[in-house]
Write a protein that binds this ligand. Sequence first.
Ligand SMILES: [Ca+2]
Ligand SMILES: [Ca+2]
Ligand SMILES: [Ca+2]
Ligand SMILES: [Ca+2]
Length: 211
Amino acid sequence: NSQSPGRQRRGAGVACVGSGLEIRVLVLDVNDNIPQFLRPHYHLEVEENKLPTGSLLTVRATDADSGPNGRVTYRLGKYTAAIFRMGSQTGQLSVTVPLDREQQDVHTISVLARDNGSPPLESLTTVSIRVHDQNDNAPAFVTPHFIFFIPENLPPLAHVGRIGVTDADEGENGGVEVRVVNTTAPFVMDNARGISTLKQTVSFSSMSTMQ
Ligand SMILES: [Ca+2]
Ligand SMILES: [Ca+2]
Ligand SMILES: [Ca+2]
Ligand SMILES: [Ca+2]
């Protein structure tokens, strides 16, 4: 017929739609979603001196984009202690050595989730790890010898001096009781304060140095 090429194409298009043509619209994904951690903060408690078998915990972030724009990998913040490891694909946090509560009782770790878009988008969560105390420190005297100078003929229960003792553990594990082993010594201990007091008068003639 005598129709122009432009009109022909339009006509053909209408006919095709009428007969069930599928029109596919390809929408290209843009990296407009930041990876979202399932939790803004993770908390866990571990036992001192025990190396956990496997991972401490698994973090997870989702990303609503498709393809590389939604593919998430994990890493630790750059100031994280070298004893911690993160599985870049798995999100599994692990530790390579047992933790020492006396060295550090709480560890706060930054974990980043980054998608594979161009440019990539990144988000952050924190993991805090509280280390439970074990009684792994013996009490120690602050000095190997205590020397107290007291006047002769002090009355009984007079203050002699303070015995300094420390124990690096926490709570009851760090509680200390001081006893006088030599039962003939003329001292008693006030345990609550670590203070040695006289239980009888001491005269210079009887003893000048007592151990
Ligand atoms: Ca994304
Ligand atoms: Ca310890
Ligand atoms: Ca301890
Ligand atoms: Ca202790």
